[in-house]
Design a protein around this ligand. Structure first.
Ligand code: SF4
Length: 405
């Protein structure tokens, strides 16, 4: 993501309108700052900016100019380096990780078991990397859609889905998506950038319901395995003892099947996997999922058959049912052939209509028949309840209204 441009958008709206001359000289200033002779100029700028429009945006802008790094997303080794860099003992890394990942600290001042001098030094050189959602919409079924602004000045969305004792958070891994699946609104909007590790984790850390989350699914905007380094690090933070300390079974990553990164994910993580299947016939899948040309579903399934899913780790296949398109007896037969020998389940999802789409949602009876036939043939199949459709938080609807601020 182009951070330079991104922050110009943020600054453009909050500061440059008050100080237009600053916008003109922005790039020149940034270069001076980047060369390291800028702290004084940065302070001066921030001072004027704070006078005009509030501390938060300006301090974010100042952090950018001075290149302050976020601690959110760093692993324990990297936090050790941070601790040493600001003159703290190595064990302070464990304290930092605890404050950030377990206690949900939102400022360095809260870290009371770290010396005052240490906290001051941390605040001078780093940010925590948290930023609250800018808006929320609530569905009649209790689902909430949160919008976060990320570094490119773009809006990304997360869906919080409470359900009895469980509360699932669906998070995004990219702003937009390159994959262009025909049934998905996110895909239609194109790709705008990868989320950083901090931006992925911030959707959890800055969620007002953070303490209630029981499960996280990476099924929001973007293809997680198209942003593999940041996604794998985010999974490491979620499942490491020094991080959130969650069991990997609380997390599910959904992918269209980017094979090289899928192998890496299967080797390096134990979290559950959901594969977007949607059609077992290659020529038909190509029509709705261009990724089939590069990574055919039969190759994805062949790769999965090399791994063991008979214990804790689960693999499931997502299947958006499109009326008279992928819901015939031939599709059922081919699905059984394709998945033969793999312990898995299929989740049927009713298609959620998007504007100008040729696809139509099936009726409930057809969905139930489809489910029952697959189950009789030995594939455990469920119908996923649609949640948050009225606020466009349901599957395939995220990002419809997202875009630049
Ligand atoms: S379904 Fe997923 S992979 Fe396909 S376009 Fe939408 S966000 Fe991207």
């Amino acid at each position: 993501m182009n951070r330079g441009i991104g922050w110009i958008f943020v600054a453009d709206e909050c500061v440059f309108d008050t100080f237009p001359i600053v916008g003109v000289f922005f790039e020149a200033h940034r270069k001076v700052f980047a060369m390291g002779g800028s702290l004084f100029a940065g302070c001066l700028f921030s001072f004027f900016a704070v006078q005009s429009r509030g501390k938060f945006l300006c301090s974010v802008f100042f952090c950018y100019l001075c290149g302050m790094e976020a601690l959110l997303g760093k692993n324990i080794e990297e936090l050790r380096v941070v601790a040493q860099a600001v003159g703290l003992p190595k064990f302070a890394a464990t304290q930092l990780a605890e404050w950030i990942y377990k206690k949900g600290a939102t400022s360095f001042e809260q870290m009371t078991n770290i010396s005052l001098a240490g906290r001051k030094a941390l605040a001078e050189h780093y940010t925590l990397g948290m930023s609250e959602p800018v808006s929320v919409a609530e569905s009649t079924d209790g689902t909430k859609k949160y919008i976060f602004v990320v570094g490119g000045g773009l809006r990304i969305e997360s869906a919080y889905i409470p359900d009895g004792d469980r509360a699932t958070l669906c998070i995004s891994s990219q702003a937009g998506c390159k994959m262009g699946c025909k049934f998905c609104f996110t895909g239609r909007g194109g790709y705008h950038g990868d989320l950083t590790v901090a931006e992925i984790l911030n959707q959890i850390c800055s969620l007002p319901e953070r303490e209630k989350i029981t499960n996280v699914v990476l099924m929001g905007m973007g293809e997680p395995l198209d942003n593999p380094d940041n996604v794998m690090r985010a999974l490491e933070v979620m499942t490491s003892a020094w991080g959130f300390g969650w069991s990997p079974t609380r997390v599910t990553l959904s992918t269209v099947g980017v094979i090289p990164n899928l192998r890496r994910f299967l080797d390096e993580s134990q979290v559950h996997l959901a594969v977007s299947l949607h059609n077992p016939f290659s020529d038909q899948r190509k029509e709705i999922m261009p990724v089939e040309k590069a990574f055919p579903i039969r190759d994805v399934v062949a790769l999965l058959k090399e791994y063991d899913f008979t214990h804790q780790r689960r693999v499931s296949f997502e299947y958006i049912v499109l009326k008279n398109t992928n819901d015939t007896p031939e599709h059922i037969k081919e699905l059984c052939r394709l998945l033969d020998g793999l312990k898995c389940r299929i989740n049927l999802i009713r298609f959620h209509a998007i504007p100008d789409s040729p696809y139509v949602s099936p009726d409930s009876e057809k969905m139930i028949r489809f489910r029952d036939t697959l189950t009789k043939k030995g594939i455990m199949t469920t119908i996923r309840a649609s949640r948050g459709e009225d606020i466009k938080a349901a599957c395939g609807l995220l990002s419809g209204e997202a875009g630049r601020k």
